[in-house]
Design a protein around this ligand. Structure first.
Ligand code: HEC
Ligand code: HEC
Length: 426
């Protein structure tokens, strides 16, 4: 929230009452919402209608949600400032909508602390014909916005779409460390071929911030190269807030006439704060960059045995246990650090586990190796949030992950327990 430029929640509350403005939520057409999300969605809708700030997240679990250690006073202030924006519910007057998914970042990134994951899924759709994917941009694709500031603008999944995929909200802990890994290290991962024939592919994408071709490393499809780029993308596509990187509002199902009728706030809606010289997309990017990684507990004996099982199954050929940042970050706390992310940050052909959507450099069956750090805090699992447990997630591996999965299925009970103990400790 750019202080002073947007009305406070209470004023908006009054405005909403007097103009009868409320947010409307889509009824899922394709029974895409899993039963477990319903309570949460209702709660969020309730908050949204009242324009209140979400409740303080539960922070009893260790240091999740804390800033990196070793920050300067100015960096700590930037963290706190950005966290405030991340938790702020956007308002219609401040630019929310006309179509959007939720009114704050924390609505989807909350568990177990601000910046975490959640059960909230977003929906992507498109048309797949003979292996060619069409994101149906002219009809509002490929991302569905399932809320609107007025019923007139409500989006629906177009009849022509034959692929509908769910994407689960991911945790953001340690994102600055992931960004500080040099491109050369990710490219080096792609040159390795495991004994099982597993070899990942670098996702080369256009970075919206620099306009340059860079290694994509964020998102389920490694579709974004930078934290700032993802922040700007989320402001537009999840909340309908235009900004200097994405200055064109999304038209509801591509309909420009409805957009003109419902979009009353001048673009870009995200404005510079004259005091800090930053806008919300920058501040929220600061928060995510400075967010500490999940800390892994000491390995108990069973978990240490589980690490061996992990290696023997070939999990590590995609879930690279550790990578290093280089010394080039402007933030000292991010230089020359170990990043125990358990991902090679590459795309792999996962066969039936792919989500059917082509995005960035990723084909419909390719997915980015999901980082496994903090796994114990981020259920449900997989891109669609369909795996309730870590074991379910492993069993769904296919394509390049099939050999590894089959080995997992052949483990005895004790070995499985050791592996899961290990995965719960990282
Ligand atoms: C409606 C729910 C929702 C809202 C609101 C939302 N996100 Fe997300 N976020 C997601 C989902 C789902 C993903 C995974 C997207 C994908 O890769 O397709 C994600 C992924 C991300 C990632 C990539 C993390 C990674 O693992 O690489 C970043 C960064 C992010 N969100 C930042 C934000 C910011 C900043 C905001 C607010 C401006 C925001 N999100 C608002 C649902 C949401
Ligand atoms: C060929 C590469 C590859 C191999 C081998 C592999 N994985 Fe994965 N793993 C992935 C990808 C890609 C994803 C994301 C898939 C998705 O959701 O679409 C993933 C997701 C996961 C998840 C879910 C993470 C989350 O946050 O939702 C877990 C848990 C996991 N893998 C564990 C393992 C284990 C344990 C092994 C060894 C038995 C293994 N994986 C082997 C590529 C691999």
């Amino acid at each position: 929230m750019t202080k002073g430029t947007r009305p406070s929640a209470s004023i908006v509350n009054l405005l909403c009452l007097s103009f009868g403005l409320t947010a409307f939520a889509a009824t899922p057409q394709n029974n895409s919402a899993t039963p477990t999300t319903d309570g949460k969605q209702l709660a969020i809708r309730h908050q949204l209608t009242r324009h209140t700030k979400p409740p303080a997240p539960n922070s009893i679990r260790g240091q999740l949600g804390d800033p990196l250690q070793g920050l300067t006073a100015a960096q700590l202030a930037a963290f706190t400032d950005g966290k405030d924006d991340f938790e702020t519910a956007e308002t219609v007057e401040g630019g929310l909508g006309p179509i959007f998914n939720r009114d704050s970042c924390v609505a989807c990134h909350s568990g177990p602390a601000t910046g975490g994951s959640s059960v909230v899924n977003v929906t992507r759709f498109g048309l797949l014909t003979n292996g060619h994917f069409d994101g149906l941009e002219s009809l509002g694709g490929s991302l569905l916005q399932d809320h609107a500031i007025t019923p007139l603008a409500m989006e629906v999944i177009p009849m022509t779409a034959n692929v509908v995929a769910e994407r689960n909200s991911t945790p953001l802990f340690g994102l600055g460390l992931i960004e500080a890994i040099p491109e050369s290290a990710i490219i080096a991962n792609s040159k390795k071929r495991s004994a099982d024939g597993v070899q990942g592919r670098v996702s080369m994408v256009t970075d919206v911030v620099s306009g340059k071709t860079k290694v994509g490393r964020f998102g389920w499809k490694a579709q974004q190269a930078s934290i700032l780029g993802f922040s700007a993308d989320a402001y537009l596509n999840e909340m309908g807030i235009t900004n200097r990187f994405f200055s064109t509002e999304n038209a509801p199902n591509g309909d420009q006439a409805i957009l003109a009728e419902t979009d009353k706030v001048a673009d870009p809606e995200d404005q510079f704060d004259p005091i800090s010289g930053k806008s919300d997309v920058d501040k929220v990017a600061d928060f995510m960059t400075l967010l500490a990684p999940p800390n892994n507990g000491p390995l108990r004996p069973t978990a240490a045995a589980g690490k061996l099982v992990f290696d023997n199954l070939g999990c590590a050929s995609c879930h690279t246990p550790v990578m290093m940042t280089d010394n080039r970050s402007s933030i000292a706390a991010l230089r020359n650090r170990e990043v125990k992310l358990f991902s090679d940050l590459l795309l792999h052909d996962m066969g039936t586990l792919g989500d059917g959507i082509a995005q960035g450099a990723a084909s419909p069956t390719e997915m980015r190796t999901a980082p496994l750090w903090g796994l114990r805090f981020s259920a449900p699992y997989l891109h669609n949030g369909k795996a309730a447990t870590v074991e379910d997630a492993i069993k769904a591996h296919n394509g390049e992950g099939k050999v590894s999965r089959d080995r997992f299925n052949r483990l005895n009970k004790d070995q499985k327990a050791q592996l899961l103990d290990f995965l719960n400790s990282i």
